[in-house]
Design a protein around this ligand. Structure first.
Ligand SMILES: [Zn+2]
Length: 262
């Protein structure tokens, strides 16, 4: 059993939100990041609007003798972003920065290749659409860690709520980046950290290709709707996840149609 709450790297520490479910695994990972010895921290994905959790995150930062300067979001889904404004209010953070303007507090966004720096801490923003259109990853070069939000999870596979073609491109890009940059760790939005980034990304990419082949085969065998495809292909998946699987299948059907495969 991996301990998720409190896990991390030299600069990142996880505070696990109490919102476990089939979709959120053990709960949402809220990440506190700071340069060693620095007075200010930033928080990525404050999590759901759970007052107790938000206070615990603020307390974790204060307990380390720091204050929160900034909040960043990996994407706008409620289990990551819903508590962001309230967290900024109670922690005194000056801004919430996200790709999607709807989730920002203040004028500053986040964009591909941008560097976010705070008291010696440095992050690089990577746009990785697919799980959602607004999904970002953050590269922490000093820890050789990629913080992936829901683009890559600690176990299981993520839902594609954006475009599958985008998601496949994002995975390929992360795989290339992990190899080139020598990434040592993935810090996911749910589940335990992964200490073999390339292995994890290869597994994700392989899984997606396999599912696509299964969906294509199901359509050729007569499945007419996303639901019918799920019933044939997702027999190994908990039924509680079938509604989410339908989203994934629809994205796969759209992708295969766009590509002229079906
Ligand atoms: Zn999400």
């Amino acid at each position: 059993m991996t301990t998720i709450d409190g896990m991390g790297t030299g600069r990142a520490r996880c505070v696990l939100a109490p919102n476990p479910s089939p979709m959120t695994l053990d709960g949402t990972n809220t990440w506190v990041l700071a340069e060693p010895g620095a007075e200010r921290a930033l928080v990525i994905d404050p999590g759901p609007a759970d007052e107790g959790h938000l206070r615990r995150v603020a307390g974790t930062v204060a307990g380390g003798g720091r204050r929160v300067a900034l909040v960043l979001l990996t994407h706008g889904h409620a289990d990551h972003a819903e508590g962001a404004r309230r967290f900024a209010e109670l922690s005194g953070a000056a801004a919430v920065r996200a790709l999607d303007p709807a989730h920002r507090l203040g004028d500053e966004g986040l964009a591909e290749g941008e560097a976010v720096t705070l008291d010696g801490l440095e992050l690089t923003v990577m746009e990785t659409p697919g799980h959602s259109d607004d999904s970002l990853c953050f590269w922490i070069p000093a820890d050789r860690a990629i913080l992936t939000g829901d683009t890559v999870l600690g176990y299981g596979t993520t839902v594609v709520d954006g475009k599958l073609g985008d998601y496949l491109d994002s995975l390929d890009r992360l795989r290339d980046f992990a190899g080139t940059a020598g990434a040592a760790t993935i810090l996911p939005g749910h589940g335990p950290k992964l200490d073999d980034p390339i292995g994890a990304l290869d597994h994700y990419i392989g899984h997606r290709r396999e599912r696509l082949a299964q969906v294509e085969a199901a359509v050729r065998a007569g499945a007419g709707t996303a639901r019918e495809v799920v019933e044939r292909v997702y027999t190994d998946v908990d039924r509680a996840l079938w509604p989410a699987a339908e989203w994934s299948v629809q994205a796969q059907l759209d992708y295969l149609t766009d590509k002229g495969v079906i």
